[in-house]
Each structure stands twice: as C-alpha cells, then as structure tokens.
Design a protein around this ligand. Structure first.
Ligand SMILES: [Zn+2]
Ligand SMILES: [Zn+2]
Length: 334
C-alpha cells in the first residue's frame, strides 16, 4: 500500500510506494567500473601536471604530506553563469522576466588522484575539501551581484557528471532559485507561527521517532527524511542552529567533514556505490542573519530514474520507504 507524504520543508507531496521496488538492496548497483580507474590519467584536465588545461586557480590548498595541491578551485571553462560587464533586467515586455546571467561558476577538484572517490578518503582529506567549500563560498558571497551561492557535487554519470575525476562545483547566482526561496519562505512562516526553527523541530522529531535516523552525535544528525523523494535520500543537519554554512567555525567544519565521509561510506556499503548528488542548502545572502533558516546537506543517491509522473506533476515516487533505507545505512556503519 503506498502512502502520500508531505515534505514539511518544501511543501511537496511524495508518493512512498515501497512495494514497487522490493527490498532496499534490489535497486543497488554493486561493482561499479570506477573502482578500476588508474590514479593518473594523461588527458584528464583535472589531474596534476595538466593544470594548464584549466583556467588559473582561485584557490589551492596544499596536502600536508606532499606540499602539492590537494584541493584546487578555478572558474568553470564552460560556465552556466559567468562574470558580466553589467547586471540588470533584460525583460521582454510585462510577462517575460530576465536578468543578465551574471554570476560565477567554479570547479573544485577534490583530490589530485583521479580514482580517489569520496568514500575512499580519510578525515584530513575531507576536512580540506570542506574548508575549500567554505572559502570559495565566502569569496563568492562577497560579490556585489550575488544573491545565492550553491555548493554541489555530481558523482557519476547517472548524476550528471561529464568528467570522472572527483570534483564539486559552486554557483553564485544573481537571483535566489525558486526552490530555495520556497524553502526559506516555509521556514520563515513556521518561525512566525511557532517562534521556533523548522529544521530544529524536524531534527528533534526525527530523533524522537528514531526510525529514520542513520546516525547522530552531539553535533550532527543524519537521517532519511519522512517524505524522502528518492531511495536513501539523506540529510545531514547540524544540531546547533545556524542559518549559514558561511558562519560554521573550524571545529564545526571538521566535524561536518567527518560525518559526511562516514555517511558516504555507509551509502557505498549499503547500496553498492550508487551515483549521487549532494547540495548544501544555506540561507540566501540577504537572509543569512535572520533566525529561521538552518543550513544542511541533502544527499540524493541516483538509484532510480525520474519518469513522467515526476516530470509532469512534480510529485516524486519513492520506491523505498525511508525507514527501510535508514535501517540499511545503520547496518552499514563500520
Ligand atoms: Zn584526472
Ligand atoms: Zn534551527
């Protein structure tokens, strides 16, 4: 029997149709070919020695052991948004709104090794990556035209990546994307109504009910949300209320890196290295100092494909109950 669940953070309905997919492991992809890749690939623009194939670095964080770059950020050669000479409205008539595509689109190479995927790394490597995320986030946030910064990662072809060398991306947009605006608005309404943060409330409820919690300690809670849109959708939420990822201190970043690493390892063990996307949701620039938003990471494994129902209605069909996938991830804890 399927169930319609309302996502309290987005206002979207999701159909949980667990009997369509069978058990959580039935849609896993064991033994991916990326396990057999070499550490260095001659023509790869992200491998060391090929830095000339990419624009100049905006940030290089060195590895403690080798002294060479461990994480490297530079402008995307094929940006979705790029620097423009002028920013402003270019609307056509009263109905068709547009602004110039001013903004930034950066690539963050996560490791010099072509085949060192996130779940293979150690805490130190992950901490450096998360530190780089925040440094580029703050740099882009300071641009005058920036309204919203999104840090995200596409892992694997099924998640939309075109270069296999592990990398993340950061976009600075001159507008707040509709979905993010909606999240903020819902959080704001909850705050006005109750005087409390929606995300703090969600976390407390998930901890109380426990069935969808994958892991928790005194700094982070990892869980599969009540209205997860896809199998094993995972949220990593800090327990301390903080609207912006830009304000997390050094110790908080290290703890975040370690819980992210652990979660990605659990995902790989439980579901056989699926492709995935993750994104860090954080308050838009103009709302960073308001009390109602609460930054978090949303991880979406790509084990099933969206079809007509999703595209037409915006309503996701999730063939695995989050209670079951959370249990599979808990069991995969080293
Ligand atoms: Zn490479
Ligand atoms: Zn909160």
């Amino acid at each position: 029997m399927s169930e319609l669940r309302l996502n309290p953070a987005t206002g979207e309905w999701v159909i949980i149709a667990a009997d369509r997919g069978g058990r959580p492991h039935d849609f896993a992809h064991p033994g991916r070919s990326r396990r057999k890749l070499p550490p260095l690939v001659e023509g790869c623009p992200f491998c060391p020695g090929n830095e000339g194939m990419t624009p100049n670095a905006l940030l290089e964080l060195p590895s403690e052991s080798s002294g060479r770059w461990q994480v490297r950020a530079f402008p995307n050669k094929y940006p979705a948004l790029g620097p423009g000479s002028a920013s402003g409205a270019t609307s056509e008539g009263p109905l068709f709104a547009a602004v110039t595509g001013e903004g930034a689109h950066e690539v963050l190479v996560e490791t010099p090794l072509h085949n060192r995927f996130p779940a293979d790394r150690d805490d130190g490597e992950m901490a450096l990556l998360v530190q780089a995320y925040q440094q580029r986030y703050l740099a882009l946030q300071s641009h005058r035209s920036t309204k919203y910064v999104l840090i995200f990662k596409n892992h694997g072809e099924g998640a939309g990546t075109s270069i296999e060398h592990p990398h993340s991306q950061i976009i600075a947009a001159p507008v707040v994307p509709e979905k993010e605006q909606r999240r903020c608005q819902i959080a704001c309404e909850h705050y006005d109504r109750t005087g409390r943060c929606l995300y703090c409330d969600i976390v407390n409820e998930e901890l109380r009910l426990a069935s969808r919690v994958v892991y928790h300690d005194n700094q982070f809670v990892v869980f599969h949300p009540f209205a997860a849109g896809r199998p094993a959708e995972t949220w990593i939420v800090p327990r301390d209320h903080a609207p912006s990822f830009g304000h997390v201190d050094e110790q908080g970043l290290r703890a975040f890196a370690s819980v992210l690493l652990q979660t990605l390892r659990q995902l790989r063990t439980a579901f056989g290295d699926p492709d995935f996307n993750y994104a860090i949701h954080t308050a838009p620039k103009d709302e960073e100092d308001r009390p109602y938003y609460h930054w978090h990471l949303q991880l979406i494994p790509r084990m099933t494909k969206a079809a007509g129902l999703e595209l037409g209605s915006g309503m996701y069909v999730n063939v695995a109950a989050p209670e079951d996938t959370a249990e599979a991830m808990r069991q995969a804890r080293p």
